[in-house]
Design a protein around this ligand. Sequence first.
Ligand code: GUN
Length: 295
Amino acid sequence: MTDNNIIDGRAIAEQLHRETTERVKSLEAKGCRPGLTFIRVGEDPASRVYVGMKERMCEKLGIESNTHVLPETTTEQELLELIQRLNANNSVHGILIQAPLPAHINSAKVFETVAPAKDVDGFHPVNVGKLMLGDDSGFVPCTPAGIHELLIRYEINIEGAEAVVLGRGNIVGKPMTAILLQKVRHANATVTLCHSRTRDIAEHCKRADILIAAIGVKEFVKEDMVKPGATVIDVGVNRVDDPQAKRGYRLVGDVDFNAVKPKTARITPNPGGVGPMTIAMLMRNTVPAAEMSTK
Ligand code: GUN
């Protein structure tokens, strides 16, 4: 396989940002400035970083952003009331509640309180249902939508391909499966979803033309689990202690990148693969959210 087989998520995200910026400008010309509101509960260090990155990207693209930082002790009722106020506020087009939430808060209840038309994360049951049904009028979760966009823009054949998704989470694994199996262009894959109770995951992986790892186990995908010429997408962000590193840890993906890379047709690096695409899709989702509010 070629050496130059990296999927450059940063470059594709830049392309998307340019497209989004144009759409933001044309909305502004009609007197509507897209607005995105973030809610972060508690001080989870990763969540602080992610929300900070999303805020900065909003500013760069001309999207108005607003962040509510609530203490760890916030009750579920207080959070639900804030969401209801934001639902009723016409200048708020998109609402994003950064996960994970503290354990005393029922995340499902929180996500279903967001108005579906403002649910740029695509977590509301209405949007989850629309994705499953193949109704493209809803919002699609940003990470799997970003992976789909990478596959499309790198012209990776999805039609009839064997796609194996590792991990059945609501944010990545399940919606990823729903995207790839639809009976539409750029989908029509045969999808296998593997999880912690799957017997012999390696056997499934070895069949995959497209292997998407979102399992949360560092370097889980080894070289001998990958079919030669496969496309491998690494969603994992795992912290590994590293006394040499400035912060005392480093981030490692779900794929043993150096060993797997030579065997693949295409592979995402980590960082610089899926991460930038998640933010790009969030920014892109905010545009139709704002457009809907003008109708
Ligand atoms: N936490 C990890 N990924 C995500 C995401 O895509 N959206 C939100 N809101 N929280 C997350």
